[in-house]
Design a protein around this ligand. Structure first.
Ligand code: SF4
Length: 341
């Protein structure tokens, strides 16, 4: 048996049940792939089912408000994904009459669809022989073929795409899914289960005992830390939350007023401090935030003018009302500390 035959035979027996595996609908596959970015399969399943139940078609998603879409995303995080899905659905609805395009150049123009998602949709929904290379697939191939090129360098993706194409059988749908499944279940980042691996005898890394030295990944450069004071204005049982800008980190999600040290030092005498909360640290891909939250009791009309550009984007909400807002984890860690919950 060749590589693909071994892998597919293994996949047929070992694949996990996932609701999106029972459909060829490109919309449903698109939704599942976007949800699966940065999120585990088990977490995604109930979200996917609720989402598809409420928005069964591209048109139904396009017709909904972004606020409503966010409520179905609440808890999955990385809200930019939901925003792009919504934008993409509106684009497909308006430009292509609600029918998902089949042409790769058109699919690429849909917001939030990168090379991996493009390959996944084209191969799974349309059975086109296109690679769908994510971190899992790169790891398997790097170990298998002892690929020395750094997987964190974008241009090296081409090397992995070419490897997949060289192995691609006549069933790209199952083959791409089988590779992903092998990466998730067997060829795991730590302690790969080589003895259970269907392609072990073809694996250079296993045969030479160096599998875990791959993939080659450059060391992360130390990311910069930004320091903020997080000002939580309290009025009775409500707290002032602000909608973050449309661009940049945590775009369009809700948080609190954030001030850097210079601005904070200028206005701190104007704040009526109720309680300092514990410092929260949050790590982004290339950046860290160190946030010092302060609960203060200024009323809206007494808020320092230096905070006004942020204040104009916000409103007082109760803890219960916060449940319905898209709030990123960085701020959830702050909210968890608000007393009298
Ligand atoms: Fe990965 Fe081991 Fe299989 Fe090689 S033999 S592909 S290292 S699980």
């Amino acid at each position: 048996m060749d590589y693909a035959e071994r892998l597919l035979a293994w996949f047929d027996i070992n694949k996990r049940e996932m609701p999106w595996r029972n459909t060829n609908d490109p919309y449903a596959i698109w939704v599942s792939e976007i949800m699966l970015q940065q999120t585990q399969v088990d977490t995604v399943i109930p979200y996917y089912e609720r989402f598809i139940d409420r928005f069964p078609t591209i048109h139904s998603l396009a017709s909904a408000s972004l606020e409503e879409v966010y409520t179905y995303w609440q808890g999955l995080g990385y809200y930019r994904r939901a925003e792009n899905l919504h934008k993409g659905a509106r684009m497909i609805d308006e430009v292509y009459g609600g029918v998902f395009p089949t042409d790769s150049d058109l699919i690429k123009k849909i917001p939030g669809i990168g090379p991996y998602t493009l390959g996944a949709i084209l191969s799974i929904a349309f059975h086109k022989p296109i690679p769908a290379v994510d971190g899992n697939v790169m790891r398997i191939l790097a170990r298998q073929f002892l690929i020395e090129e750094d997987v964190s360098i974008a241009k090296n993706r081409k090397i992995f795409d070419e490897r997949v194409m060289a192995l691609m059988p006549s069933d790209p749908n199952r083959f791409n899914q089988a590779l992903m499944e092998l990466g998730a279940l067997v060829c795991t980042p730590k302690n790969p289960k080589c003895t259970a691996c269907p392609v072990q005898t073809l694996c250079g890394g296993y045969q030479t005992g160096v599998a875990e030295n791959y993939p080659v990944k450059s060391k992360k450069v130390n990311s910069k830390t930004l320091y903020y004071y997080v000002i939580i204005f309290k009025k009775e049982q409500s707290y002032y939350m602000v909608k973050r800008p449309e661009e940049g980190l945590l775009a369009n999600t809700w948080g609190f007023v954030m001030l850097d040290k210079t601005v904070f030092d200028n206005i701190k005498h104007q704040l009526l401090l109720v309680k300092p909360l514990n410092t929260v640290r949050h790590v982004f891909t290339h950046l860290k935030w160190e946030m010092k939250p302060l609960l203060v009791s200024n009323r809206e009309n007494e808020m320092p003018k230096e905070t006004m550009d942020q204040i104009s984007q916000g409103r007082f909400v109760t803890l219960a009302q916060m449940e319905a807002l898209p709030i990123a984890t960085a701020f959830k860690k702050v909210i968890e500390q608000i007393p009298n919950r």
